[in-house]
Design a protein around this ligand. Sequence first.
Ligand SMILES: *[C@@H]1O[C@H](CO)[C@@H](O)[C@H](O)[C@H]1NC(C)=O
Ligand SMILES: *[C@@H]1O[C@H](CO)[C@@H](O)[C@H](O)[C@H]1NC(C)=O
Ligand SMILES: *[C@@H]1O[C@H](CO)[C@@H](O)[C@H](O)[C@H]1NC(C)=O
Ligand SMILES: *[C@@H]1O[C@H](CO)[C@@H](O)[C@H](O)[C@H]1NC(C)=O
Length: 600
Amino acid sequence: MITLWVLYLVVITAASAATTVNSQTVTGSGTATTAAVEKLLKVTVSNHWSGGFQGEFCIQITQELSSWRAHLTFDQPLNTLEVWVADLAETKQGGKEFILVNKPWNSVEHIGDKLCVTFIGHGQGDIQPTATVYIEGMTAAVITRQTFGPDYTGTSKSKYEYYVSATQNCTKYNYDDILRKSILFYEAQRSGKLPGNNRIPWRGDSGLEDGSDVGLDLTGGWYDAGDHVKFGFPMAYSTAILTMGLLQWKDAYQTSRQLDHMYSCIKWPLDYFIKAHNNTNELYVQVGDGKADHNFWGRPEDMDMARPSYKIDASHPGSDVAGETCAAFAAGYLAFKDKDPKYAATLKQHATELYEFGMKYQGVYTDTITAAVGFYKSGNTTDELCWSALWMYMITNETKYLTEAEKLFQPGPAWGLSWDDTTPLNQVLLYKLTKKDIYKQAVIDTMADWMPGGSVPYTPKGLAWRSQWGSLRYSANMAMVALMAAEVGINEKKYRDWAMGQIHYALGDTGFSYVIGVGDKYPTHPHHRAASCPWPPAPCSPEEVNRPEPSTHTLYGGLVGGPGKNDEYKDVRDNYVSNEVATDYNAGFQSAVAGRLIIQ
Ligand SMILES: *[C@@H]1O[C@H](CO)[C@@H](O)[C@H](O)[C@H]1NC(C)=O
Ligand SMILES: *[C@@H]1O[C@H](CO)[C@@H](O)[C@H](O)[C@H]1NC(C)=O
Ligand SMILES: *[C@@H]1O[C@H](CO)[C@@H](O)[C@H](O)[C@H]1NC(C)=O
Ligand SMILES: *[C@@H]1O[C@H](CO)[C@@H](O)[C@H](O)[C@H]1NC(C)=O
């Protein structure tokens, strides 16, 4: 559910900076069990804020491991440390040293593997500590530099080209069925009072008190992923992306007979955003506390923890989330303007107010909404303000918006498309709306970076693999960008072929479909609380996480996080890095499927 781990570059010192030390001297008395000389890797933390910081280390594995313990030692004590791909076994030296042990699904590490661990530390004030790390008993760690990608050069280009040419077959997968199932996935994520025509039999009303802490009705919207927090930033992004796909490829929804379902799909979060924007310069951007929520493994219908509501306002600005929500409203206006003019006018009003709010009170929402920091921390506001200005232009034709968007343009190559980064789509839309070469070049530069020969690595089976956490979502997002670029006349065949290769990888070209309920072999153990729970009245408990049986309910249409950089993947429920689903994962994916469908 998260990209932030990679969006912030963490510099790890290069090999020459490695220091060989005796583990005893690093770890303090009585910690190390081996007298072996272990290599110490220096970790530098580059992203920090008041009360916390974020970092990552990567260790090249140099001997076969069937389990591992890593010692991460900071130069100053911390209050707490959060890690996701390991368990925290012990804290020593008064909060300086943390011993991390493997999760069941990453216990086995082979020579040549790279073990990467991201973390968030919490301390007093704005601290930027340094740290060292080593793995117990591993004596010859080779230090690698962590970069955005060029360090994985595993796949030869020719192999990849073969893969692409082998998949140019538009009838191989039933796109109609995939659109239908992806929409069902969004229905399974619904919070609030469900309508009479609810199609997910194992879901009921939930979160009915949301907003009561602030005297508002904040029921509705989508649960973010396998959990039950309502995070406004990715929800707005997902709504905007899905709606843009509907506007661009409406015919696909028509021919697959999903058009009405699709209108309901986007209306659900739009109705929620209307409730969340109850005052001109106020927008509720989160309901639920991440920590309390993640400690609860159960059905959303059974939640009993407090669900606090968080808002941005003039003194807690959030131009990123205001801009993204503006885009969702504006796209919604275009989708509904003929079908339901009154509703559309309401959406337009909200879009306009949020645009002005985001422009007038500029700021990054996670600077003040710290409850979102560990989950959806925003990098900056440039891309979302540009994106919202483009949408405002598209709903008004007023040149002042286009002028503003051009001012906020960021050239390529863009890192990728995500809930935190709309840069690639800004490039496409700027070209579409101005026909200026500079924007076309930005699109070409971004795509070149993603296609073979660019900096984005490929797995041996051909997935453009940007990052471990939700690898498939990044490739599907860029597939959609490629299809949007093709629509405005840039490298049409090349981009469409590439997009199809990426989407077909997810749909089953490797012999396994990463979309639940699609094909013969697909994930049956997604990291999703509601789907894992037995039918009531049987209780649902944390034991469900490690239950070896498939989840009780099939979460149709959910795209899981996806494989590692060598196509490796295990269908286990406790792995939220590769086996969680999320509303943002399906958004680009579904729009790309619609985009392929229409040009058959
Ligand atoms: C495309 O895929 C379908 C279904 O797998 C298969 O029947 C058909 O022969 C394929 N067409 C080509 C041209 O490979
Ligand atoms: C605020 O919400 C209340 C009910 O929750 C509603 O009656 C009112 O119209 C809303 N006001 C605005 C400005 O949206
Ligand atoms: C804004 O943040 C995104 C995502 O972190 C990043 O890709 C982009 O380069 C940043 N833009 C600026 C102007 O810093
Ligand atoms: C903007 O102008 C274009 C081209 O004249 C037109 O097709 C479109 O409907 C207009 N949009 C709005 C919202 O006025």
